[in-house]
Design a protein around this ligand. Structure first.
Ligand code: CTP
Length: 409
């Protein structure tokens, strides 16, 4: 059985010399077991004839939004619904721009708007066109919407230039498509992630906060969603875009985060507390801005403890699998083991903060994962996205079997 057995792939071919490679792609998709329907843009027809794709896919090829005969056979909305995945390969600079801006001025762009299937694009173009800020902005827009970008590869180009802009080779496209279709390790699971700092108000203009950027938590939310989980992200005040297929709730204080997390964990399989929650807040937030008065002493802030969110989740009768973080400046492992026992969680990810380039507000992190019964796994130093994927795999391995629907909190 092929890796794409029975998968309904709508292949959009746009204009460019790489369109000839799309013919090989159709053959390989079918070899992998996929059913393929091909839609060509007007530009693509300048490079390859529809007859080629018709012969290889075994179905008529469509290009025209206004073709009454074709619409009578399978209307464009039916075609959009038929697709389980829409793959645009090659995607020209013009097609990327039209997709990014939501145009619907030909059959392919209309289908891309009308479908609810995942969209994957494999760009191919001259390297200057690829590097142009307009193209890069379009690609960033598509990526933020959850469109899967594949390539381009670098190398010699048909135009005689050298650089990034070559279509990824058809076997690699088929492989990525199969990986996308494979159920993730967290398919059917619900994961709640808290991320970022909390801000505790002193008065209407001042607050106590910390240097957490939220990047580790957002990377975990993205990795869990990519692994097939339904992800609920509770985010403190951060400046980060929401990862694809993640439901986000923004909060400000520890009190708000506590309420949002407790609501979100109902029925959840796992809770990852990656937020740097303030441990203390001003006992009373002044209703008006605190003014300095000449000669008067500086005010003293009276602090009180905030809610311990992780401990509260871990104490629930039907608690999810709980993962905590321990940010330490020294004696990382000893302190983290203490937290594991005190908060009665299933895993603690310990990381050193304060070292240059690692921890808070940095691209990299270094995580040491500890569990009960002496479990210890050093994930080493790596970009946060890489560590997040490894952590998600580890959670998936250690997660208890799903509870019966009725048994959930
Ligand atoms: N945490 C929480 N609620 C708090 C404080 C912390 O849920 N009010 C969670 C964090 O999200 C993290 C873990 O607890 O997953 C560890 O946080 P940390 O502040 O490092 O630990 P503390 O238990 O506060 O210990 P200490 O102050 O001794 O470092």
């Amino acid at each position: 059985m092929g890796t794409l057995e029975g998968t309904r792939v709508l292949l959009g071919v746009s204009g460019g010399i790489a369109a000839y490679k799309a013919a090989d792609l159709v053959r390989r998709l079918r070899d992998a077991g996929a059913e393929v329907r091909v839609v060509m843009t007007a530009g693509a027809r300048q490079f390859v004839t529809p007859a080629t794709f018709q012969a290889l896919s075994g179905h008529p090829v469509r290009s025209d939004l206004w073709d009454p005969a074709a619409e009578a056979a399978m209307g464009h909305i039916e075609l959009a619904r038929w697709a389980e995945i829409v793959l645009v390969a090659p995607a020209s600079a013009n097609t990327l721009a039209r997709l990014a801006h939501g145009l619907a001025d030909d059959l392919l762009s209309t289908l891309c708007l009308a479908t609810s299937a995942p969209l994957m694009v494999a760009p191919a173009m001259n390297q200057q066109m690829w590097a142009h800020p307009a193209t890069q902005a379009n690609v960033a827009t598509l990526g933020a919407r959850g469109v899967v970008l594949l390539g381009p590869d670098s190398g010699g180009q048909a135009c005689g230039e050298f650089g990034a802009g070559r279509l990824v080779e058809p076997p690699a496209i088929v492989e990525r498509l199969a990986a996308l279709r494979a159920p993730g390790v967290l398919a059917g699971r619900v994961v709640v992630v808290s991320a970022g700092p909390t801000f505790e108000d002193v008065d209407p203009v001042r607050f106590i906060g910390n240097r957490s950027s939220g990047r580790m938590g957002f990377a975990i939310a993205a990795a869990a969603a990519a692994a097939g989980a339904e992800v609920r992200l509770v985010a403190g005040p951060v400046h980060l875009p929401t990862p694809a297929r993640v439901a986000r709730r923004d909060v400000r204080s520890a009190r708000e985060m506590h309420a949002a997390v407790l609501a979100a964990v109902a029925g959840a399989d796992a809770y990852v507390g990656a937020a740097a929650v303030a441990d203390f807040r001003p006992a009373v937030a002044a209703p008006d801005k605190i003014k300095k008065t000449d000669g008067a002493p500086a005010p003293t802030l009276l602090l009180e403890r905030t809610e311990d969110i992780l401990a509260a989740v871990a104490a629930l009768p039907a608690r999810p699998f709980c993962v905590g973080f321990a940010a330490e400046t020294g004696d990382v492992e000893a302190y983290a083991r203490g937290k594991l026992q005190r908060k009665r969680v299933d895993l603690v990810c310990a990381n050193r903060v304060g070292a240059p380039g690692e921890g808070f507000d940095a691209d990299d992190n270094a995580l040491l994962v500890l569990g009960p019964d002496g479990f210890r796994l050093d994930l080493g130093r790596a970009p946060k996205a890489v560590l997040a994927t490894r952590l998600v795999e580890l959670i998936a391995q250690r997660l208890p079997a799903p509870r019966a629907a009725g048994a959930r909190a």
